[in-house]
Write a protein that binds this ligand. Structure first.
Ligand code: NCD
Length: 356
């Protein structure tokens, strides 16, 4: 059965079909009001969430289905020592699809391997967040009329910002896209992401200077500095507030340069910009619900199809030791690895390098 763990689990054609479906749901909501009658989504959120959980739940309710949920690590048997794999197996008996958010990279992947129903990654640590990308894509498509030929600026915490990693993986598959990655040196995008950009010959530049690059951008994706992922709180304090976009700075941007943000924002976008028509972030949050409806419909319709083949291996000599990875926390997990385009060995759960 198919799950959505990384945005690359969906082809460009599938992404387009999801956007078309979401647009049809927007145009004719009544046609879909009973589509998931008798179906349940289990939302398992082991980390805080407003938009993602509520939009999954609203999506299922608008399709005529229902919701069962666990929120907060304290609310489930995971605190009693139950593995995510066992939790997934059990929840498969009660629901038709799972949406899971968890602080460890690879957590959704490990659940998908054990579940007998589709699993949707609603954010696995600082790793990936593919359904936010679905919201981002529909927003770009609706606002700009296209996904190709765009100069995309991404600003803020590019190291821990999981939405950024999924967005880059998705947008780099469209023709004529280039990236300007704007971050403090300590928060540059992880190497497994730039490694793919280099392998595929996608143009990108890295800079610390937002104002210098702003006039060239077609789209600016702002992000929050991810306080909860820092090992050292002093590093967070030093970097907090490093970028603040406001109405004054946006005077130097193109007249049609849209601004996205996955939300929640802290102080990286001043509220004085909210009334500018280029501020697309609240429309983006709404688009997330429609794309989640389209995704739920697709996964339930395809539940009997096999999961996509992966080019991964398991070998007892190759073990992931990243503290942020599910592999170092989950009992009984089978470590899996793959070779990247430079021939380096990486963990299939978290994409970090494996020592050979
Ligand atoms: C994001 C997340 O959880 O990664 N929020 C969301 O899902 N819209 C972004 C963030 O928390 O900064």
């Amino acid at each position: 059965m198919k799950s959505l763990i990384n945005i690359t689990d969906l082809s460009v054609e599938e992404l387009q079909l999801l956007m078309d479906k979401a647009l049809d749901i927007i145009a004719r909501p009544q046609e879909y009001a009973q589509s998931c009658r008798g179906k349940k989504i289990a939302t398992l959120f082991f980390e805080p969430s407003t938009r993602t959980r509520l939009s999954f739940e609203a999506a299922m309710l608008e399709l005529g289905g229902s919701v069962i949920s666990v929120s907060g690590a304290g609310g489930s048997s995971v605190t009693k020592g139950e593995t995510l794999a066992d939790t997934a197996r059990v929840v498969s008996c009660y629901a038709d699809v799972i949406a899971v958010r968890h602080p460890l990279a690879g957590s959704a992947r490990s659940m998908a391997k054990a579940a007998t129903i589709p699993v949707i990654n609603a954010g696995d640590g600082g790793h990936y967040h593919p359904t936010q990308t679905l919201a981002d894509l529909l927003t770009i498509y609706r606002e700009k009329g296209r996904l190709s030929g765009l100069k995309i600026g991404i600003c803020g915490d590019l190291l821990y910002g999981r939405t950024v990693h999924s967005l880059i993986d998705a947008m780099s598959r469209y023709e004529g896209v280039s990236f300007t990655l704007i971050a403090p040196t300590e928060l540059k995008v992880p190497e497994h992401i730039t490694e793919k950009l280099q392998a595929e010959g996608i143009p990108y530049e890295e800079t610390t200077d937002l104002e210098a690059v702003l006039p060239d951008l077609d789209l600016l994706y702002m992000t929050r500095i991810q306080r909860e992922r820092f090992e050292n709180p002093q590093t967070y304090e030093r970097l907090a507030g490093c970028y603040v976009l406001d109405a004054r700075k946006m005077r130097y941007a193109k007249k049609d340069c849209i601004v996205l943000h996955p939300l929640p924002r802290v102080d990286e976008i001043s509220t004085d910009f909210d009334s500018d028509p280029r501020a697309a972030y609240f429309r983006q949050a709404e688009n997330g619900k429609f794309m989640r409806e389209a995704l739920i419909l697709k996964l339930l319709a395809e539940k009997d199809l096999p999961a996509a083949e992966e080019n991964v291996y398991s070998d007892p000599r190759f073990v992931c030791t990243s503290k942020k990875c599910v592999c170092t926390h989950e009992r009984g997990i089978v470590h899996e690895v793959y070779y990247d385009s430079k021939g380096a060995l990486r963990c299939a759960y978290c994409d970090e390098l494996i020592e050979e």
